[in-house]
Design a binder for this molecule. Sequence first.
Ligand code: NAD
Length: 491
Amino acid sequence: MTADTVSDARPGVPAFATTGPKKLYLNGKWVEPRSGAYADSIDPTTEQPLTAIPVAGPEDIDAAVAAARQAFPSWSGVAPYERTTLLLRIADLVEAHSDELARLESADMGGPIGLTTWMVAHSVEVLRHYAGWPTKIYGQTAPSSPGMHAYVVRQPIGVVATITAWNGPLLQLVWKVAPALATGNTVVAKPALWSSLTALRFAELLDEAGVPPGVVNIVTGDGGVTGEALIRHPGVDKISFTGSVAVGKHIMETASRDLKRVTLELGGKSPTIVFADADLAAAAQGAALGFTAGSGEGCVAGSRIFVEESVKDEFRALLLEQMKACTLGDPLDPATTMGPLAARQHHERVTAYFEVAEQEGGSVVRVTEAPRGLFVPATLIEGLSNASRIAQEEIFGPVAALLTFTTEDEVIRLGNDTVYGLSASLWTRDLSRAHRIAAAIEAGTIWVNTYGVMSAGTVPFGGFKQSGIGREHGTQVLDAYTETKTVMVQL
Ligand code: NAD
């Protein structure tokens, strides 16, 4: 047992998870919610409460937005190199506490420790990536008429509200806070209620790093009260959202009333496409990872697996072997590859799809047993078409539809026959075909002979169609967090 672990929690759960009730981080101070409302934070492994999380109400949101507005002029005026230094300090602190943060996240949302450790390490890299930006945001001079000097500059937007999902809480927060700060914006961040703990611990680290009061404010709470007050607030200039399509559409509609800027990172139903010429063992490994990593609670989950008919049996056997190798158990155990789903309500939603599959005439294939509680084993659904609900709806659990195809044209048509367009993975040894299919599939990220690789901050990420609007990362990130200003001077 380490110093940050309390005796009344199960081994490995950091003390931060079981102390409380928690407070809101507003204007550099920890305060009780004016709403007086709290919700239980539940450990999905035991289904026992960990601590109490404030549910911020409209008055709390007013205070958070006011703090962010007040901090904006001075923060946006901070010299670029100072912002770099501060972001590097935050990265160092997150790195120094990476083990605690990973365990906190595993206890809070059930992700296996291997995955949460990677997510924290990735967050550190992303912070360091964005630390490099402030000193490299150049403007342009623009061609104009004689006697006119025209130039173009990027300026911060103002107060950014970040609203994130429960499946990668720290990573999603860092993906938004780091570029927002690098470009001179201030932030009001609302994590998902089911997994708020790493956001609150991150706020302590921001404080320790010396982030000025009001530059980042953390308001916990649910969607209906806290989120709604935030997206409607006239003092918010931009909303950066990660979550479901339904809520994304609602946010866009609400934001349209005063034309707040929006970036939407939404759901997916990504195809994994396996051609007969692929390295089938590698493809089976990638396909299994695609729907079992993080118990399938991933926006880029490869939940529709299309295999070329001629190799279906061979590939299926390899895929079942991979599914058999999944280890379900305590997410804090390093041997675990699949923890519990994040919440009882979500478990009910995911498992209800097994009945849907049977009603649609599909067969449900499992090769491992699940422990009691919120666990779901890797599950393959066979015998359905791409038009079935199983193949069209985002299940967000370790469930994939196994489908077949015979021609390139057919798999392109089927792969694109979805409202989503977040990602795809292709498996083939034919280089020309890989590029042809990559060009034809309507998705924001295409992985060829690999799955799920992320390159910290350097490659754009986002969705086609209903998987979202705008991009995080890459050079495109500047469009998400800055306004472009043209200045024309008569000489
Ligand atoms: P969700 O849309 O229910 O909730 C996401 C966030 O929105 C939460 O913080 C929630 O409290 C908040 N919210 C809910 N209603 C709101 C409202 N009326 N106003 C303001 N905020 C509101 O999604 P979820 O169940 O937490 O997460 C799962 C979804 O997120 C899946 O669809 C998944 O694909 C998606 N996701 C997308 C990405 C991506 O980068 N594209 C990454 C992770 C998850």
